[in-house]
Ligand binder design. Structure first.
Ligand SMILES: *[C@@H]1O[C@H](CO)[C@@H](O)[C@H](O)[C@H]1NC(C)=O
Length: 815
């Protein structure tokens, strides 16, 4: 039987186990000892006194050659035979030896020879905290989508600590804990299951990464710990809608801005990342107008003008720009666009009422036109100033807003200006201002306010006397500055009596043109001038008239020859002026007195001595008609002296009268008487007549001789021809005068004139001896055909004179 020995080195709690082992080992082992040592003891460290514990003498150990027999490969303990103690031979690592098994022990046998004795020694290795907890990795990277709900668990790897018991991992801690909490669950197999539980949702947009530290701590003294860092990357989720950077965008844009003008740029941000954070812009819901005018850039959010903005159509536009991400979230940015007015509308003028004619007697303030001015622009651009040209008697007045009237500003006078062009100019106050204008034409209608005006108030016209009835004297004319009927002038005579005649029987006036006719032949000697009034009257209503005075002066004509008043010319009786033989030179014999009823030059008489018995004895005063002697009278001078004095007026042509003055050169009256019984009438000569007579005589004589020569030549020729024909027995060819031979051929008609001049000493016996009576033209040359009765008488006496000069009548006979 083997006795089990209590090894005092052992612990109480191991008693039961020890006992059991003793029983087990009984067959082969005589005794055993147990020791406990700490791991990691240095070599040579004391383990136990085996000699004492097994009750063996050191000598026995030596004699018995005690030694250790190890079954395993490694010998941790060595036996010191001399001392009977066990020492550490090799460092013991409990974790290597037993890993997690506890308690951890190893055993070996101590064998003795002579007698063989076998002892078992069990060494328990006690753990020390020589290992720290460790995680398989130093870092853990986690990617977590931000949208993950709270409560979601994320398992973590647990740490490992080779130590056991108290020195094993006792506690895990996680820091920080703002999002996650740590849950550690013990597994049935003794392991630990570590999880992070999401407590507060993650937000990538707030924090994209989180770093947590997980600490595993053991219970050793001092404790050791191991850490692992957990990097969490929060993955994005489309959890954010785009957000407009402003709730309302306001923009001003001028009307008529060119296409492409940037109005504003909207921007929306999306906190999401990547695809979910890309924002696009669109205007899905807009009025048709707004769609045509504005466009948003899909990517930049720039809003541009693409149409023609017109302030007058719409002053504001509201666009709802939709900003969308690619995940279907949207936001709407409101854009309010104010259109700024530009001065792009010309003010317009609309005539509401207009009378294009205004009477010239209209009072100032008469309305001519009413018009309306409109400008579609607003503010200053639509404020309109209205004016008319200033040089006219009109003004513009504003009545209602936008309505204006043009009124007369002064009295009008059609006679000064009959029409006006009123130019209405309207301009707005824009910059630059726009303006427009309209011209209206106003005619001033006539009022009969101007009387006819004669160009002279008095007319003085001359009419030569002996005018033919109906003679146009002159045309007076009046003008009327009015118009139409108001200017149509008629002329009238104011009836009156002149020298017993009604004026209307003397003159007439053409009522249309003012031509004045004489109705009678005026005789200066009866009426020298007369005056009358002519009225010019217009056809207005009421008519206006004015009067001009016309003085017609009858102009003297030399229609009366001088009349000799003395000496009186009597038919038969002889009156003679006496000149005594003793008369001196310059003795005034008599004075011829003549008058002329004409006037002026026509009555200015001059006296000439035309013929005298003795031209050397008398002289006639040119101006006064005084007959004076120019030499002493002698006894040889004849008693009867006969003087012909011609009295001429100074008219054109002049008229004259002649008077015969008989002068008796005698000392006594009986002597005179005897002498004057056969006192013959003296003959009257006319110097011109004499000249003509001599000329005519010469011409006639020449022609007569020429005619005679021609006639005789013809007669002789004919006689000779008949003689030749008779002798030659030739057929008779009738002769035609040369004028018949060329009626058709050359076209030039040969005229042959035969002149026969008849000359006689007495015209009453004269006759044309050649030519045909039917074709005679008789020109009677008579130098004194305009003579008066007295003259004719004197001619008669000349013709009756036996020794009168040749009286020649020239007969031109045309064939
Ligand atoms: C008015 O205008 C018309 C047409 O232009 C022109 O013939 C006329 O002479 C003008 N009248 C005046 C008074 O200027």
């Amino acid at each position: 039987m083997m006795a089990c020995m209590w090894i005092n080195a052992g612990r109480v709690r191991w008693k039961t186990l020890f006992f059991t082992l003793c029983l087990f080992m009984l067959g082969s082992v005589t005794g055993q000892a147990r020791y406990s040592i700490l791991e990691e003891q240095a070599k040579g460290s004391f383990v136990g006194n085996i000699a004492r514990d097994l009750g063996l003498d050191v000598a026995r150990l030596v004699s018995g050659k005690a030694r250790i027999i190890t079954k395993g490969s490694r010998e941790y303990v060595d036996l010191n035979r001399d001392k009977g103690t066990l020492v550490i031979k090799e460092r013991i690592d409990r974790e290597e030896l037993c890993a997690k098994t506890t308690p951890c022990s190893f055993s070996f046998e101590v064998i003795l020879e002579k007698p063989i004795q076998l002892y078992r020694v069990i060494v328990e290795v006690i753990d020390i905290n020589d290992n720290s907890p460790s995680f398989p990795k130093e870092e853990i990277n986690l990617k977590i989508v931000e949208s993950v709900a709270a409560g979601t668990r994320f398992s973590l790897v647990s740490a490992d600590d080779p130590d056991v018991g108290k020195n094993d991992i006792q506690k895990y801690t996680l820091k920080p804990l703002d999002h996650f909490k740590l849950e550690v669950q013990s597994q049935p197999d003794g392991g630990r299951f570590i999880e992070m539980v999401l407590q507060n949702p993650l937000d990538r947009e707030k924090e994209e990464t989180h770093t947590l530290v997980l600490v595993a701590a053991d219970g050793g003294d001092p404790h050791r710990s191991g850490t692992v860092r957990i990097h969490i990357t929060v993955l994005d989720a489309n959890d954010n809608a785009p957000v407009c950077s402003q709730a309302v965008y306001k923009a001003d844009v001028k009307e008529n801005s060119p296409e492409g003008t940037v109005v504003t740029t909207v921007s929306a941000t999306d906190a999401d990342k990547g695809h979910y954070g890309e924002v696009t812009y669109a205007i899905p819901h807009a009025t048709k107008d707004a769609k045509q005018l504005f466009e948003v850039n899909i990517e930049t959010g720039e809003i541009k003008v693409v149409g023609k903005l017109d302030f007058e159509k719409s002053k504001t536009y509201q666009l709802n720009v939709q900003a969308s991400d690619h995940g279907g979230y949207t936001d709407t940015c409101k854009v309010i666009i104010h259109i700024i007015d530009e001065n792009d509308n010309v003010p317009t003028i609309q005539l509401m009422s207009f009378s294009n004619s205004v009477s010239e007697d209209s009072p100032p303030g008469t309305t001519i036109a009413v018009f309306n001015v409109d400008d579609e622009d607003s503010d200053g651009n639509g404020v309109v100033k209205c004016s008319i040209n200033s040089d006219i008697p009109f003004k513009v007045e504003s009545s209602l807003t936008g309505y204006y009237t043009i009124v007369t500003d002064n009295l009008l006078d059609r006679e000064i200006l009959a029409e006006y062009n009123i130019t209405i100019t309207v301009s707005d106050k824009g910059s630059p201002p726009l303006s427009s204008s309209k011209t209206i034409n106003v005619k001033v209608s006539d009022v009969n306010d101007s009387p006819p005006q004669f160009d002279q108030s008095e007319y003085s016209k001359t009419v030569p006397e002996n005018n033919s009835p109906g003679f146009s004297v002159f045309t007076l004319s009046a003008t009327d500055s009015d118009w139409g009927q108001n200017a149509r002038i008629s002329y009238f005579l104011e009836e009156k009596e002149i020298n017993g005649f009604q004026l209307s029987s003397l003159v007439s006036v053409n009522s249309e043109n003012g031509l004045i006719h004489a109705l009678k032949s005026f005789d200066y000697e009866q009426i020298k001038w007369f005056e009358f009034n002519v009225t010019a009257r217009d056809a207005g209503s009421p008519p206006l008239s004015s009067v001009a005075t016309v003085r017609l002066i009858v102009q003297d004509q030399n229609d009366n020859p001088p009349q000799v008043l003395y000496p009186v010319q009597t038919g038969g009786s002889q009156v003679a002026e006496m000149v005594p033989r003793s008369a001196d030179v310059g003795y005034l014999v008599t004075k011829v007195v003549a008058v002329d009823v004409d006037s002026g030059q026509n009555a200015w008489l001059s006296y000439k001595l035309q013929k005298a018995t003795d031209r050397a004895l008398f002289i006639v005063g040119l101006q006064n008609g005084e007959i004076r002697t120019i030499r002493q009278v002698t006894d040889k001078d004849a008693v009867k002296q006969r003087l012909t004095v011609i009295v001429e007026d100074n008219g054109q042509p002049s008229r004259s009268a002649s008077v015969i003055v008989n002068v008796a050169v005698a000392d006594s009256f009986p002597e005179v008487l005897s002498e004057f019984t056969d006192f013959a009438h003296d003959k009257e000569y006319n110097d011109n007549l004499t000249f003509y007579l001599v000329l005519a005589l010469a011409v006639v004589s020449f022609l007569f001789i020429a005619c005679l020569v021609v006639i005789i030549s013809v007669k002789i020729y004919r006689w000779r021809q008949s003689r030749v024909l008779y002798h030659s027995s030739l057929p008779v060819i009738p002769y035609y005068p040369p004028r018949y031979s060329d009626t058709l051929g050359t076209g030039t008609l040969q005229h042959v004139y035969n002149y026969e001049v008849c000359r006689t000493t007495d015209s009453r016996k004269s006759e044309c001896k050649l030519g045909r009576a039917g074709s005679q033209n008789v020109l009677i040359m008579d130098a004194s055909s305009s003579g008066t009765m007295q003259r004719i008488q004197s001619e008669k006496s000349i013709l009756d004179e036996p020794d009168s000069p040749l009286e020649v009548r020239t007969h031109y006979c045309f064939e």
